[in-house]
Design a protein around this ligand. Structure first.
Ligand code: DX5
Ligand code: ZN
Length: 218
């Protein structure tokens, strides 16, 4: 379905309290929880891996949306699927055999997402639209939360929605999504909005009211 979903990114949450943070944003209306996995190689930052996803799983009622910013990907797919990832998103730039990677993700029982860096054109995924459940358009360069939304990507979202046509494929937008940029990407055809700092910046888990305000504003 094409109702817009909000997927808070725990990259902006309290790293010592992820379980409670996930529960808090779900109480405030989060649809999915977005989990940013970084390897210090594909992107210049390191976060966490499958063991963290497995530990989080009991604290997430809804969809666990795992964004892999790692290379290589294939050796780790089964571990993330077994950790309970509902969606596993791979970057089209992360290796030469992305089609095989997408097949492996579906073969492991997860939905397959495909992410594009800001410098990668929409045409890079044209041959893969029947092999994915979601396209993730990066509207910042991956690696860090709290960066400025890159406006040139809105046209890419529009192009991708036209290319996807009537296929049941989500378009997720990741990076710099806030109450100002969210309407632009939804108008262009996005239906899953990742938001890290916009959801978590004004709140703490002991004072959950700001989360609700922020999710509602997006
Ligand atoms: C960036 C991550 C994003 C990030 C979004 O590499 O993939 O999910 O956490 O954070 P904000 O919303 O702060 O740009
Ligand atoms: Zn992400």
């Amino acid at each position: 379905d094409r109702t817009v979903k909000i997927a808070p990114s725990i990259l902006a949450a309290d790293f010592a309290n992820f379980g409670a943070e996930c529960a808090a944003v779900e109480r405030q209306g989060a649809d999915w929880i977005h989990v940013d996995v970084m390897d210090g190689h594909f992107v210049p930052n390191i976060t966490f891996g499958p063991a963290m996803c497995a530990a989080l799983r009991p604290h997430i009622k809804g969809v666990m949306d795992v964004h892999l910013m790692i290379a290589p990907i294939d050796p780790y797919i089964d571990a993330f699927a077994q950790a309970g990832a509902d969606i596993i998103t791979a970057h089209v730039e992360a290796g030469p055999h992305i089609h095989r990677t997408l097949q492996a993700i579906r073969g492991a029982g997860a939905k397959a997402g495909l992410a594009l860096n800001p410098g990668t054109p929409a045409s890079a995924v044209a041959s893969l639209l029947d092999d994915v459940d979601m396209i993730c358009v990066m509207t910042v360069n991956p690696g860090f939360g709290g960066q400025k939304f890159i406006h040139s990507q809105v046209e890419k979202i529009r192009d991708l929605r036209a290319m996807i046509a009537d296929r049941p494929v989500h378009i997720e937008v990741d990076g710099g999504v806030d109450p100002d940029t969210a309407p632009l990407v939804v108008a262009a055809g996005a239906d899953v909005l990742v938001a890290g700092s916009a959801v978590f910046r004004d709140g703490s888990v002991t004072d959950p009211a700001p989360y609700g305000r922020n999710i509602a504003a997006i």
